[in-house]
Structure formats: structure tokens, C-alpha cells
Design a protein around this ligand. Structure first.
Ligand SMILES: [Zn+2]
Length: 76
């Protein structure tokens, strides 16, 4: 089974794992392999969701990011 980031659910093989912590992707871990602050992760996730969304008008991506992340093991 493909390894997923415990914070954002991204496939690590595709976007790259954190160099110090292979349960996190390169965006969700800092240089020491620790989880980034929650606010930073939410902001990053919101940007990511926005980049994939067919419609961005009137969508609260921050809210979506928070609800998406609440299902992720790293934030439970
Ligand atoms: Zn991640």
C-alpha cells in the first residue's frame, strides 16, 4: 500500500517525504521532522485545495482544510 502523509494524506512517493520523518510529506514536516504548526498546515492545505478546485468563488478553503485535516491521524 502506498504511504500517505499523516497530516495531509498526500501520497509520499509523489510529493516527497520529509527527510527526517517518513510519516510526513515535505510540506507538513519541518527540517527536524516535526509536524509544522497547525495554522501553517491549515494555510498550506487551503492553498493546495484551492489549486485543485474547479470553482474557487465563494468557497471557504480554510474551513474545508480544517474539516479535511480533522480526519487525519496527525491532527487527532
Ligand atoms: Zn503532508
Amino acid at each position: 500500500m502506498e504511504k500517505m502523509c499523516l497530516s495531509c494524506g498526500a501520497p509520499l512517493a509523489q510529493i516527497g517525504a520529509n527527510v527526517k520523518n517518513d510519516t510526513l510529506c515535505q510540506y507538513c514536516g519541518d527540517e527536524n521532522g516535526n509536524l509544522v504548526p497547525k495554522e501553517a498546515a491549515i494555510a498550506g492545505m487551503a492553498e493546495w485545495l484551492k489549486s485543485w478546485a474547479p470553482i474557487t468563488e465563494g468557497v471557504d478553503f480554510r474551513e474545508r482544510a480544517i474539516s479535511y485535516m480533522s480526519a487525519m491521524p496527525a491532527w487527532n
